[in-house]
Design a binder for this molecule. Sequence first.
Ligand code: ATP
Length: 513
Amino acid sequence: MAQQSDLFKNLVAHCKEYGFIFQSSEVYDGLSAVYDYGPYGVELKNNIKDYWWRSMVQLHENIVGIDAAIFMHPKTWKASGHVDAFNDPLIDNKDSKKRYRADTLIEEQMDKIEGKIEKEIEKARKRFGENFDEAMFRTTNQRVVEYTEQFNTIRNRLATAMTNGDLPELKQIIEDLEIADPESGSRNWTEVRQFNLMFSTQLGNIAGEEGKLYLRPETAQGIFVNFLNVQKTTRQKIPFGIAQIGKAFRNEIVARQFIFRMREFEQMEMQFFIRPGEQKKWYEYWKQARMKWHLALGTSDTKLRFHDHDNLAHYADAAVDIQFDFPFGFKELEGIHSRTDFDLGNHQELSGKKIQYFDPELQESYVPFVVETSIGVDRMFLAMMSNALVEEEVPGGEGARAVLKLHPALAPVKCAILPLKRNEERIVNMAQGIFNNLKLSFNVQYDDTGSIGKLYRRQDAIGTPFCVTVDFESLDDQTVTLRDRDTLQQVRVHVDQLEGIIRERVDMKQLLG
Ligand code: ATP
């Protein structure tokens, strides 16, 4: 665990030191759980969004995009259930005055038990070597069986309490498990209360409740209320999807873990409209399609897993998370939800407008069902950064390097052009010529501000897949040294070949195919 938290600290420090992420309003000591993306951060973030948009909208003839406003009519949030049900259970510690999510406190306790199980399994694996049968061990080892029973009991109690909104039971679980404030160790808790996560503001020209506006807590509703507009203007036939990338806001009770849980964040959501009754098929389809999207980036399948929801959100009839192995454990990266006709049906009822689709094959009208895929841009960013950051020794006694092994298509800078001698005019001219040519195609950098070793380290740290060095030999034969970030291999290539070689590695095409 100590190692994992060091890893996380390094990652946060790296993000700041190399211009990926800064705390918002840092000069005023920051604003809790709000972050700004720096020059390399915004490039990586844009590349992630580009990959998602292309795989959804460009590759699917039956998915189209929109960009809806953040502010929506307040009735939207009544219909969607967010005014009444978008709550988290909150508990305060009376001694430390710290505030927690009751369900998270219980989940952390479950993580501890899971950790104990894993430890026993690891010990046994070492003891038995190749002959180790994990499944058998899980069902026969007395200690593991007991831990598993404990885990399942808590999980079931938590799921039932959450589904029923049973706040006294949540408090009871915390008491039964003797959960203490993680910071102060105190068990002096208040009762559990519901806390609505929506931020509200006031419309300028209308006083009181009437003018109360919310900052959207999810982008999905902008899609639902535009369903008919989009369907009619694009003449899409069901099944079809609407995709959107945009900001969402949640007044999270506990906002920790850097950009994992923010109060202002960005979502990439796609609502897929289907015939009622076909939700199982499409739910399965999107589960697999989304996992494939993640794996195409080269992320190891041991770092990704499906996790079925124990308690369903107010709108869902089936829900699964794609979890990623963050430095603080497996946590939700993306959600896939079967939302039935909950949203369209409620908007139809509250607005009094017919929101239906006439199915030409069935010759009937209905309120379509929906399967949603919803992923946080920022969580994807964190997943990619934590997956990519490696500290390693450079062979040949050159010392250690921190390198970001990002997929080249996501890397903020694709190639750095480095003149070997910055006082030699002919070399500088040639290097700048290469830079000016490549910048028409890719995000590239020209840098002559240090020794070549230092420049390489800097490019490694921001994940640049290629470095080009220009030297005296280049002047004679128009060849340059091309260095590969991951293999550290250096090859001599003709300048005319550069664009093709870089394109082959950084083109998003290879991810989409
Ligand atoms: P959690 O259980 O972690 O609070 P959630 O189940 O409420 O997440 P959804 O409502 O399904 O999340 O939102 C879809 C996606 O939006 C999540 O998978 C996550 O990637 C992202 N997301 C949600 N809340 C936040 C947040 N506070 N900060 C950053 N990303 C978030």
